[in-house]
Design a protein around this ligand. Sequence first.
Ligand SMILES: Cc1cc2nc3c(=O)[nH]c(=O)nc-3n(C[C@H](O)[C@H](O)[C@H](O)COP(=O)(O)OP(=O)(O)OC[C@H]3O[C@@H](n4cnc5c(N)ncnc54)[C@H](O)[C@@H]3O)c2cc1C
Ligand code: FES
Length: 268
Amino acid sequence: MTYKIISSDRIADSVVRMVISAPEAARNAHAGQFVVVMADEKGERIPLTMADFDKDKGTLTIIFQEVGFSTKALGRMRPGDAIYSVLGPLGKPTHTEGSGNCICVGGGVGIAEMWPVARALKDAGRHVTCIAGARTKGLLILEEELKETCDELLIATDDGSYGSKGFVTDILSEKIKAGSYSYIYAIGPVPMMKKVADISRPHKIKTVVSLNPLMVDATGMCGVCRCKVEGKTVFGCVDGPEFDAHQVDFDELAGRLSFFTDKENQYG
Ligand SMILES: Cc1cc2nc3c(=O)[nH]c(=O)nc-3n(C[C@H](O)[C@H](O)[C@H](O)COP(=O)(O)OP(=O)(O)OC[C@H]3O[C@@H](n4cnc5c(N)ncnc54)[C@H](O)[C@@H]3O)c2cc1C
Ligand code: FES
């Protein structure tokens, strides 16, 4: 099986949008799921959300930030090149059932992971507000796509270069005070997801986060992706990646994510 790169475009500083031919994964794809990509035979396994998929054409879109060795290697590949392996879909699909207004919150490249979930909630007939945030305007992605997808799009940048100055969580607090919402979905850096959970908890709004633990096999065998939810150990790859935000131990997740930072900096 070859996984040919159909297109590869830089959509922000160090963020690449790549369309890959992967008919099997595309045919079975659902919002909230991910694939594990190996750029070449000796490459690391990189878990990446299926940001978009076309079941008829058999293509998947991945959107990734070049943060280290493997994502930079993937970013250097060109249309026509073949990716060694695309394993998936993996993880449990997003739950879209229920009623009432939803808010989707995405930070940084997490916006790419929020996009399919916002689409799925819209397709399920929900009213969807998206709050997208980036450190600065040059790092903001998918603005046009989100405008087409959701009912309302609000943008925040840390430096105020675009949208409101501040964090996505500032906008979230205001929206919750002013409106009525039954579901919040958040994906992005761990401190952002923790803050979202802290804001929505007193309002008792169902809140789901998509966790991004380190992963190796992504099939439930190695235990590298273990996280604490409701005081119990769960595996991000097979039990998630989505979990009840009010039950996640974010401090433990942050600690585990920084475990190999020194080694990664050495090789990245
Ligand atoms: C289910 C899932 C879905 C994901 N979807 C996407 C996506 O759609 N787009 C995207 O850009 N990234 C996504 N990620 C994160 C992505 O897998 C990592 O950024 C990538 O594996 C880093 O590999 P690397 O070798 O380039 O960097 P490394 O050299 O391994 O790491 C470089 C830096 O990135 C940090 N890092 C490594 N892995 C992760 C991780 N899992 N989460 C957060 N930080 C990490 C390291 O701590 C280090 O600081 C996802 C992760 C998971 C678990
Ligand atoms: S990545 Fe190995 S058990 Fe989840």
